[in-house]
Design a protein around this ligand. Structure first.
Ligand SMILES: Nc1ncnc2c1ncn2[C@@H]1O[C@H](COP(=O)(O)OP(=O)(O)OP(=O)(O)O)[C@@H](O)[C@H]1O
Length: 548
C-alpha cells in the first residue's frame, strides 16, 4: 500500500484526468442500469396496457430509452478516451521520473544491474503500472460510488431487494477480490520476477550470440530460455485460471441474486406494495447492477503484479547515488588545470583491501603523464575517481586547487575528455557518434578530428561516408576503427584535461604513433593522463608513474 500511495502522489498532477475517468465510468454504469430498468418497466407496462388493465403515457419512457441508449454509448466512448489518456499521461510521467532517478546512479550505482533488467524496469514494470489506475483505482472507485447509488435507488422501491443486492455486490465486488488479491500476490511477484529474468536472458543471448555459437552453447542456451518461458507460461496460466474461476463464481452469485430478487419481488407484488411493471424494472436493475463490480475480481488480481512491479521500481529509484550530485550551474570553475591527488584511499568494498592507499600525485598543467602498472593495480580506478564516478574513502582530488566535489558536475564534464578502456559506441551513424562530443561541429571539424585520429581516409572510402551506420556497439567497424572513432570523439571535445585509458589498444604501430603525436601536439596547455601498458605510448609522456 505504501508504494501505491507513493504512486498516487506522483500521479497527483493528473488527478483531474483521473477523476474525470472515474466520473464517466460511474455515468456509464448508471446509464446502462437505468436503460435496462426503464426498458423492463416499459415492456411490462405496455403489456398491461395491451391487456387493457391500465393506460400509460408511452412518449416519455420511449424518449428516455432512446436518450439513455445514446448517453450510454457516448459516455462509454468518452470514458475509454479519458481513462486511456490519463493512463498514458501517468506512464510517461513515471518513465521520466524513473529515468531521472536512474541517471544519477550511473555508472557506479548501476554496475551490479544487468542491462536486460534495467530495460525490463523501464518497459515492462512501468507498463505493468498502467493497471494501477486503469484496472484498479478507476474501477474500484467507480464501483464503490455506483454501488451505493444503485442500492440506494433500489431501497426506494424495496428494502429487501436492496439488502440482497448490496450483500451480493459486497461479496462479488469486495470479498472475492480481496481473496483473489491475497492469492494473486505470490504468483504476481513470481510472474514479474520471471518476466524480468526472461528479458535479461534474451537480451544477453542476443548480444552474445556469436560467442555462444563459437562455444557450441546455442542449443543449451535456447533450452534454458524455453525452460524459463514454460515456467512463466505456467505462472500466467495459474493467474488466468484463478481469475476465470472467480469470475465464473461471481457470475453465479449474480444470477442467484436475480432469482432471490424475483422471489422477494413476487411477495411484494402479492402484498400490493409493488406493481408488476416495477417488479420487472427491479429485476433488470439488479441484473445490470453487477456490471458495476464486474471488473473488480480481474482488476484486483492485477494488484499482485502491479505491487511487485512498483516495488522493483522503487527499490532502484530509492538507491542513494554513490556520489552526491551537484545542482546544475552549482560550483566553481577552476582557472588552471593542474591535478592534485592527495592521500587518496579508495576500496570497492570493506571485504577486500583498498585498491589505492594514500595515493598522492601532482600533475602540472600542460604535462602528459603516463600511468602504468600491473593489471588490477588501480589505473582505471584513478581515472574514475578523477571523473567523480566514485568518491574516495579518504583524501582529496583537486583541479586547479579546487576539490572536484566543489567544481560541480556540469563544469567537471566540460573540463574532461575521455577515451575510456571500454568506450560505448552507439548504434547510429559515424556522424551521430561524433556529434555526442560536440553537437555543433560541422563536417569539416568532424573530418579534421578523424584525420588526426587516422580514420578520415577510411571513412571517405565508405559508400555512405559520415552517414555510415556502425551497428550495435560499433560491430560494423574493425576493432582499430572503433578505437580511432572513440579517439576522434575525445579530440572533438577540446577539453583542457584529457584522460586516455589504453587509447592505442588494437592499433597498428603506424596508427599508434600518429594518434599519440596528435594527442600531445593538439593542445600545448592540455593536461593529459595516458594509462597504458605499451612502451610506445609511454614514450610520449613527460613523466611516467608506475602503480603497484
Ligand atoms: N566496479 C568494481 N567493483 C569492484 N571491484 C572493482 C570494480 N572495478 C575494479 N575493481 C577492482 O579494483 C581493482 C583495480 O581495478 P582497475 O580497473 O582500476 O585496474 P587497472 O589497473 O585499470 O587494470 P587493467 O590494467 O587490467 O585495466 C581490481 O582488482 C578490480 O577487480
Amino acid at each position: 500500500m505504501k508504494d501505491f500511495v507513493r504512486l498516487m502522489v506522483l500521479f497527483a498532477p493528473y488527478r483531474k484526468w483521473m477523476l474525470a475517468g472515474i466520473a464517466l465510468s460511474v455515468l456509464v454504469v448508471l446509464a446502462n442500469v437505468t436503460l435496462l430498468a426503464v426498458s423492463g418497466w416499459f415492456i411490462a407496462a405496455m403489456a398491461l396496457t395491451g391487456l387493457g388493465i391500465q393506460t400509460i403515457n408511452y412518449f416519455t419512457p420511449a424518449a428516455a430509452i432512446r436518450g439513455l441508449a445514446v448517453l450510454r454509448t457516448v459516455a462509454r466512448y468518452l470514458e475509454r478516451l479519458v481513462t486511456h489518456e490519463a493512463t498514458f499521461r501517468l506512464l510517461s510521467e513515471l518513465r521520466v521520473w524513473f529515468y531521472e532517478r536512474l541517471e544519477p546512479l550511473a555508472p557506479a550505482g548501476l554496475e551490479a544491474e544487468r542491462h536486460g533488467d534495467l530495460l525490463s524496469h523501464l518497459r515492462a514494470d512501468i507498463d505493468s503500472l498502467d493497471n494501477l489506475y486503469l484496472r484498479i483505482v478507476a474501477p474500484a472507485t467507480a464501483a464503490f460510488i455506483a454501488g451505493i447509488l444503485l442500492t440506494g435507488g433500489l431501497a426506494v422501491f424495496s428494502a429487501k431487494i436492496a439488502f440482497i443486492t448490496a450483500l451480493a455486490l459486497v461479496f462479488t465486488g469486495l470479498l472475492t477480490p480481496l481473496l483473489v488479491t491475497w492469492l494473486g500476490q505470490t504468483v504476481g511477484k513470481r510472474t514479474v520476477a520471471l518476466r524480468g529474468e526472461m528479458q535479461v536472458q534474451v537480451a544477453d543471448t542476443i548480444r552474445g550470440l556469436g560467442e555462444l555459437a563459437i562455444a557450441g552453447a546455442v542449443a543449451r542456451r535456447r533450452a534454458q530460455i524455453i525452460g524459463f518461458s514454460l515456467v512463466l507460461g505456467r505462472a500466467q496460466r495459474r493467474t488466468a485460471w484463478t481469475t476465470a474461476c472467480f469470475e465464473a463464481f461471481s457470475a453465479l452469485v449474480g444470477q442467484a441474486t436475480v432469482w432471490l430478487a424475483i422471489v422477494a419481488g413476487i411477495t411484494a407484488v402479492s402484498a400490493g406494495t409493488l406493481s408488476g411493471p416495477e417488479l420487472t424494472m427491479l429485476v433488470f436493475w439488479v441484473m445490470a447492477s453487477f456490471e458495476a463490480v464486474s471488473m473488480l475480481p480481474g482488476a484486483f488480481y492485477a494488484y499482485g503484479e502491479t505491487a511487485a512491479a512498483a516495488r522493483r521500481l522503487f527499490e532502484i529509484a530509492d538507491r542513494h547515488p554513490p556520489v552526491a550530485q551537484s545542482l546544475p550551474g552549482d560550483g566553481n570553475m577552476p582557472s588552471s588545470f593542474d591535478i592534485h591527488f592527495s592521500n587518496v584511499t579508495m576500496g570497492y568494498s570493506e571485504a577486500v583491501p583498498a585498491v589505492l592507499k594514500e595515493f598522492s600525485l601532482k600533475l602540472a598543467q600542460g604535462h602528459t603523464i603516463g600511468i602504468t602498472g600491473a593489471n588490477g593495480a588501480g589505473k582505471t580506478t584513478l581515472l574514475n575517481l578523477l571523473q567523480r564516478f566514485r568518491e574516495p574513502d579518504e583524501g582529496t582530488i583537486c583541479i586547479g586547487g579546487i576539490p572536484i566535489g566543489e567544481i560541480g558536475d556540469d563544469n567537471l564534464r566540460k573540463l574532461i575528455a575521455v577515451v575510456a578502456q571500454k568506450t560505448h559506441l552507439f548504434n547510429a551513424t559515424i556522424r551521430d557518434n561524433l556529434l555526442i562530443a560536440s553537437p555543433d561541429a560541422d563536417d569539416t571539424a568532424l573530418l579534421d578530428a578523424m584525420e588526426t585520429a587516422g580514420l578520415a581516409d577510411e571513412v571517405r572510402g565508405f559508400s555512405r561516408g559520415l552517414d555510415t551506420m556502425i551497428g550495435e556497439l560499433g560491430t560494423r567497424l574493425s576493432g582499430g576503427q572503433a578505437r580511432r572513432l572513440a579517439i576522434a570523439r575525445a579530440l572533438l571535445r577540446d577539453a583542457p584535461i584529457l584522460l586516455l585509458d589504453e587509447p592505442t589498444e588494437g592499433l597498428d604501430a603506424t596508427s599508434e604513433r600518429k594518434v599519440l603525436a596528435a594527442f600531445t601536439r593538439a593542445k600545448a596547455d592540455r593536461t593529459t593522463i595516458i594509462v597504458s601498458h605499451r612502451t610506445l605510448a609511454l614514450e610520449y609522456c613527460d613523466q611516467v608513474v608506475l602503480l603497484s
